[in-house]
Design a protein around this ligand. Structure first.
Ligand code: ATP
Ligand code: MG
Length: 265
Protein backbone atom coordinates (compact mmCIF):
# COMPACT_ATOMS: atom_id res chain seq x y z
CA UNK A 1 0.00 0.00 0.00
CA UNK A 2 3.11 2.18 0.15
CA UNK A 3 2.53 3.19 -3.46
CA UNK A 4 -0.36 5.40 -2.33
CA UNK A 5 1.64 7.18 0.32
CA UNK A 6 2.61 10.76 -0.48
CA UNK A 7 6.33 11.24 0.06
CA UNK A 8 7.09 14.19 2.34
CA UNK A 9 7.72 17.28 0.27
CA UNK A 10 6.50 15.69 -2.98
CA UNK A 11 4.37 17.86 -5.24
CA UNK A 12 1.00 16.26 -5.92
CA UNK A 13 -0.93 16.40 -9.16
CA UNK A 14 -4.17 14.51 -8.67
CA UNK A 15 -4.50 14.05 -12.41
CA UNK A 16 -1.67 11.55 -12.13
CA UNK A 17 -3.70 9.39 -9.75
CA UNK A 18 -6.32 7.16 -11.34
CA UNK A 19 -9.46 6.97 -9.16
CA UNK A 20 -10.36 3.74 -10.99
CA UNK A 21 -7.12 2.02 -10.04
CA UNK A 22 -7.58 -1.38 -8.43
CA UNK A 23 -3.91 -2.25 -8.01
CA UNK A 24 -3.23 -5.96 -8.33
CA UNK A 25 -6.92 -6.81 -8.02
CA UNK A 26 -9.01 -7.67 -11.04
CA UNK A 27 -12.32 -8.15 -9.32
CA UNK A 28 -14.28 -7.52 -6.22
CA UNK A 29 -14.49 -11.14 -5.03
CA UNK A 30 -10.80 -11.54 -4.26
CA UNK A 31 -10.61 -8.10 -2.65
CA UNK A 32 -13.57 -8.84 -0.38
CA UNK A 33 -12.05 -12.12 0.68
CA UNK A 34 -8.77 -10.40 1.52
CA UNK A 35 -10.62 -7.60 3.30
CA UNK A 36 -12.26 -10.14 5.60
CA UNK A 37 -8.80 -11.38 6.61
CA UNK A 38 -7.62 -7.84 7.25
CA UNK A 39 -10.65 -7.02 9.37
CA UNK A 40 -10.00 -10.06 11.54
CA UNK A 41 -6.39 -8.96 12.02
CA UNK A 42 -7.53 -5.43 12.78
CA UNK A 43 -9.91 -6.66 15.46
CA UNK A 44 -7.14 -8.62 17.14
CA UNK A 45 -4.68 -5.71 17.00
CA UNK A 46 -7.28 -3.26 18.30
CA UNK A 47 -7.92 -5.51 21.26
CA UNK A 48 -4.23 -5.41 22.08
CA UNK A 49 -4.04 -1.63 21.61
CA UNK A 50 -6.95 -1.26 24.00
CA UNK A 51 -5.40 -3.58 26.56
CA UNK A 52 -2.03 -1.85 26.37
CA UNK A 53 -3.76 1.47 27.00
CA UNK A 54 -0.66 3.55 26.28
CA UNK A 55 -1.05 4.81 22.71
CA UNK A 56 -3.79 5.77 20.28
CA UNK A 57 -4.35 5.65 16.55
CA UNK A 58 -5.94 8.56 14.72
CA UNK A 59 -7.38 7.94 11.25
CA UNK A 60 -8.25 11.04 9.25
CA UNK A 61 -10.70 10.67 6.36
CA UNK A 62 -11.10 13.42 3.80
CA UNK A 63 -12.94 13.38 0.48
CA UNK A 64 -15.19 15.37 -1.77
CA UNK A 65 -18.92 14.95 -1.10
CA UNK A 66 -20.05 11.38 -1.69
CA UNK A 67 -16.39 10.38 -1.74
CA UNK A 68 -17.09 7.48 0.58
CA UNK A 69 -16.08 8.62 4.05
CA UNK A 70 -19.21 7.22 5.66
CA UNK A 71 -18.93 3.97 3.73
CA UNK A 72 -15.33 3.58 4.79
CA UNK A 73 -16.23 4.06 8.44
CA UNK A 74 -19.01 1.52 8.09
CA UNK A 75 -17.07 -1.18 6.25
CA UNK A 76 -13.51 -0.85 7.48
CA UNK A 77 -14.35 -0.52 11.15
CA UNK A 78 -17.20 -3.02 11.17
CA UNK A 79 -15.08 -5.60 12.96
CA UNK A 80 -13.55 -3.52 15.71
CA UNK A 81 -14.94 -3.31 19.21
CA UNK A 82 -17.00 -0.08 19.44
CA UNK A 83 -15.81 0.31 23.03
CA UNK A 84 -12.36 1.20 21.75
CA UNK A 85 -13.41 3.30 18.81
CA UNK A 86 -14.39 6.98 18.57
CA UNK A 87 -15.83 8.55 15.43
CA UNK A 88 -16.02 12.31 15.12
CA UNK A 89 -17.74 14.01 12.18
CA UNK A 90 -16.78 17.62 11.72
CA UNK A 91 -19.39 20.06 10.48
CA UNK A 92 -18.89 23.76 9.90
CA UNK A 93 -17.89 25.16 13.31
CA UNK A 94 -20.63 26.78 15.33
CA UNK A 95 -21.18 28.22 18.80
CA UNK A 96 -18.39 27.39 21.18
CA UNK A 97 -16.28 25.90 18.40
CA UNK A 98 -16.39 29.08 16.37
CA UNK A 99 -15.41 31.04 19.49
CA UNK A 100 -12.04 29.27 19.60
CA UNK A 101 -9.17 28.74 17.22
CA UNK A 102 -9.73 26.10 14.54
CA UNK A 103 -7.68 23.40 16.26
CA UNK A 104 -9.48 23.63 19.59
CA UNK A 105 -12.33 21.29 18.68
CA UNK A 106 -9.90 18.99 16.94
CA UNK A 107 -7.65 18.56 19.94
CA UNK A 108 -10.67 17.75 22.09
CA UNK A 109 -11.63 14.97 19.70
CA UNK A 110 -8.22 13.27 19.61
CA UNK A 111 -8.65 9.63 20.71
CA UNK A 112 -7.81 8.67 24.26
CA UNK A 113 -5.05 6.14 24.97
CA UNK A 114 -5.95 2.65 23.85
CA UNK A 115 -8.46 3.84 21.30
CA UNK A 116 -8.77 4.22 17.57
CA UNK A 117 -10.17 7.63 16.64
CA UNK A 118 -11.70 8.31 13.27
CA UNK A 119 -12.11 11.81 11.93
CA UNK A 120 -14.84 12.08 9.30
CA UNK A 121 -13.55 15.36 7.90
CA UNK A 122 -11.05 17.14 10.09
CA UNK A 123 -8.84 20.19 10.63
CA UNK A 124 -8.05 19.90 6.92
CA UNK A 125 -11.43 21.53 6.21
CA UNK A 126 -9.72 24.66 7.48
CA UNK A 127 -7.44 24.66 4.44
CA UNK A 128 -10.02 23.14 2.06
CA UNK A 129 -13.61 24.36 2.52
CA UNK A 130 -12.37 27.53 4.22
CA UNK A 131 -10.01 28.26 1.34
CA UNK A 132 -12.40 27.47 -1.52
CA UNK A 133 -15.44 29.11 0.06
CA UNK A 134 -13.27 32.08 1.03
CA UNK A 135 -14.27 31.88 4.68
CA UNK A 136 -10.90 33.29 5.72
CA UNK A 137 -8.36 35.45 3.87
CA UNK A 138 -5.36 33.76 2.26
CA UNK A 139 -2.75 34.85 4.84
CA UNK A 140 -4.86 33.13 7.50
CA UNK A 141 -5.28 29.74 5.84
CA UNK A 142 -1.79 29.85 4.32
CA UNK A 143 -0.21 29.73 7.78
CA UNK A 144 -2.26 26.71 8.71
CA UNK A 145 -0.31 24.09 6.76
CA UNK A 146 2.65 24.70 8.98
CA UNK A 147 0.50 24.92 12.11
CA UNK A 148 -1.16 21.61 11.24
CA UNK A 149 2.20 19.91 10.74
CA UNK A 150 3.37 21.10 14.13
CA UNK A 151 0.09 20.15 15.80
CA UNK A 152 0.26 16.66 14.35
CA UNK A 153 3.88 16.33 15.38
CA UNK A 154 2.94 17.22 18.94
CA UNK A 155 0.29 14.50 18.94
CA UNK A 156 2.65 11.90 17.51
CA UNK A 157 5.38 12.75 20.02
CA UNK A 158 2.85 12.14 22.75
CA UNK A 159 1.73 8.70 21.70
CA UNK A 160 -0.83 9.16 18.94
CA UNK A 161 -0.07 7.50 15.63
CA UNK A 162 -1.65 9.41 12.73
CA UNK A 163 -2.63 8.25 9.26
CA UNK A 164 -4.57 10.33 6.76
CA UNK A 165 -6.57 9.10 3.79
CA UNK A 166 -7.77 11.18 0.89
CA UNK A 167 -10.47 9.15 -0.86
CA UNK A 168 -9.97 10.04 -4.49
CA UNK A 169 -13.06 9.83 -6.72
CA UNK A 170 -13.60 11.28 -10.19
CA UNK A 171 -16.05 14.07 -10.92
CA UNK A 172 -18.13 11.64 -13.00
CA UNK A 173 -18.28 9.16 -10.12
CA UNK A 174 -19.41 11.94 -7.79
CA UNK A 175 -22.22 12.81 -10.19
CA UNK A 176 -23.36 9.20 -10.22
CA UNK A 177 -23.31 8.97 -6.44
CA UNK A 178 -25.08 12.29 -5.88
CA UNK A 179 -27.77 11.23 -8.37
CA UNK A 180 -28.23 7.98 -6.45
CA UNK A 181 -28.44 9.93 -3.25
CA UNK A 182 -31.19 12.14 -4.66
CA UNK A 183 -33.15 9.16 -5.92
CA UNK A 184 -32.98 7.15 -2.71
CA UNK A 185 -35.31 8.33 0.08
CA UNK A 186 -32.99 6.74 2.65
CA UNK A 187 -30.10 8.82 1.39
CA UNK A 188 -31.61 12.02 0.01
CA UNK A 189 -31.44 13.65 3.46
CA UNK A 190 -27.68 13.76 3.01
CA UNK A 191 -27.99 16.06 0.03
CA UNK A 192 -27.41 19.75 0.63
CA UNK A 193 -27.01 23.02 -1.22
CA UNK A 194 -23.34 23.09 -0.35
CA UNK A 195 -22.84 19.80 -2.21
CA UNK A 196 -23.88 21.63 -5.37
CA UNK A 197 -21.74 24.66 -4.59
CA UNK A 198 -18.73 22.48 -3.85
CA UNK A 199 -19.25 20.46 -7.02
CA UNK A 200 -19.24 23.67 -9.06
CA UNK A 201 -15.85 24.42 -7.52
CA UNK A 202 -14.44 20.95 -8.17
CA UNK A 203 -11.21 22.21 -9.78
CA UNK A 204 -10.48 24.60 -6.92
CA UNK A 205 -11.03 21.83 -4.40
CA UNK A 206 -8.67 19.54 -6.28
CA UNK A 207 -6.06 22.30 -6.15
CA UNK A 208 -6.62 22.84 -2.46
CA UNK A 209 -6.32 19.08 -1.87
CA UNK A 210 -3.10 18.97 -3.87
CA UNK A 211 -1.60 21.63 -1.60
CA UNK A 212 -2.76 19.91 1.59
CA UNK A 213 -1.38 16.57 0.39
CA UNK A 214 1.88 18.16 -0.69
CA UNK A 215 2.45 20.42 2.31
CA UNK A 216 1.15 18.15 5.07
CA UNK A 217 2.30 14.66 4.19
CA UNK A 218 5.00 14.43 6.82
CA UNK A 219 7.22 11.61 8.05
CA UNK A 220 5.16 11.55 11.23
CA UNK A 221 1.67 11.91 9.74
CA UNK A 222 1.56 10.71 6.12
CA UNK A 223 -1.21 11.18 3.61
CA UNK A 224 -2.41 8.33 1.43
CA UNK A 225 -4.23 8.97 -1.83
CA UNK A 226 -6.72 6.13 -2.06
CA UNK A 227 -8.27 5.27 -5.43
CA UNK A 228 -11.92 5.35 -4.42
CA UNK A 229 -14.15 4.93 -7.47
CA UNK A 230 -14.40 1.24 -6.60
CA UNK A 231 -15.62 1.00 -3.05
CA UNK A 232 -14.30 -2.53 -2.56
CA UNK A 233 -10.78 -1.48 -3.46
CA UNK A 234 -10.99 1.67 -1.32
CA UNK A 235 -11.98 -0.42 1.69
CA UNK A 236 -9.15 -2.83 1.08
CA UNK A 237 -6.50 -0.11 0.77
CA UNK A 238 -7.63 1.65 3.94
CA UNK A 239 -7.96 -1.56 5.96
CA UNK A 240 -4.63 -2.94 4.81
CA UNK A 241 -2.80 0.29 5.60
CA UNK A 242 -4.28 0.43 9.09
CA UNK A 243 -3.44 -3.21 9.79
CA UNK A 244 0.16 -2.59 8.77
CA UNK A 245 0.35 0.47 11.01
CA UNK A 246 -1.06 -1.37 13.99
CA UNK A 247 1.38 -4.21 13.37
CA UNK A 248 4.24 -1.71 13.35
CA UNK A 249 2.95 -0.25 16.61
CA UNK A 250 2.99 -3.78 18.01
CA UNK A 251 0.75 -3.08 21.01
CA UNK A 252 1.23 -5.43 23.95
CA UNK A 253 -1.23 -6.14 26.72
CA UNK A 254 0.23 -5.40 30.17
CA UNK A 255 1.56 -8.25 32.28
CA UNK A 256 -1.04 -9.75 34.62
CA UNK A 257 -0.94 -8.19 38.08
CA UNK A 258 -0.71 -11.63 39.64
CA UNK A 259 1.09 -14.85 38.82
CA UNK A 260 -1.67 -16.51 36.77
CA UNK A 261 0.01 -19.91 36.95
CA UNK A 262 -0.64 -19.92 40.69
CA UNK A 263 -4.34 -19.17 40.41
CA UNK A 264 -6.70 -22.06 41.01
CA UNK A 265 -10.40 -21.58 40.60
P1 ATP B 1 -21.25 13.45 2.99
O1 ATP B 1 -19.92 13.38 2.31
O2 ATP B 1 -21.85 12.11 3.19
O3 ATP B 1 -22.16 14.45 2.35
P2 ATP B 1 -20.39 15.32 4.88
O4 ATP B 1 -19.07 15.05 5.51
O5 ATP B 1 -20.42 16.24 3.71
O6 ATP B 1 -21.02 13.95 4.46
P3 ATP B 1 -22.28 17.06 5.93
O7 ATP B 1 -22.92 17.14 7.26
O8 ATP B 1 -23.10 16.97 4.69
O9 ATP B 1 -21.30 15.85 6.02
O10 ATP B 1 -21.33 18.31 5.71
C1 ATP B 1 -20.43 18.80 6.60
C2 ATP B 1 -20.02 20.14 6.04
O11 ATP B 1 -19.27 20.84 7.01
C3 ATP B 1 -19.17 20.03 4.80
O12 ATP B 1 -19.72 20.82 3.79
C4 ATP B 1 -17.83 20.59 5.25
O13 ATP B 1 -17.14 21.24 4.21
C5 ATP B 1 -18.24 21.52 6.34
N1 ATP B 1 -17.15 21.79 7.27
C6 ATP B 1 -16.51 20.96 8.10
N2 ATP B 1 -15.54 21.59 8.78
C7 ATP B 1 -15.55 22.87 8.35
C8 ATP B 1 -14.78 24.02 8.68
N3 ATP B 1 -13.80 23.96 9.57
N4 ATP B 1 -15.08 25.15 8.06
C9 ATP B 1 -16.08 25.21 7.16
N5 ATP B 1 -16.83 24.18 6.80
C10 ATP B 1 -16.58 23.01 7.38
MG1 MG C 1 -22.27 16.48 2.57
Amino acid sequence: MKRYRVKPGAKVSLRDYDPDDTGDYKDRAQAEQDLAGDLARMADLQERLYAENQRALLVVLQAMDAGGKDGTVKHVFSGVNPAGCEVTSFQAPSGEEADHDYLWRVYRAVPRRGNIGIFNRSHYEDVLAVRVRKLAPKPVWRRRYDQINRFEQLLVENGTTIVKFYLHISKAEQKKRLAERLANPNKSWKFSETDLHDREHWAEYQEAYEDALHLCSSEWAPWYIVPANHKWYRNLVVARTIVQLLKDMDPRPPRPKIDVSKVSL
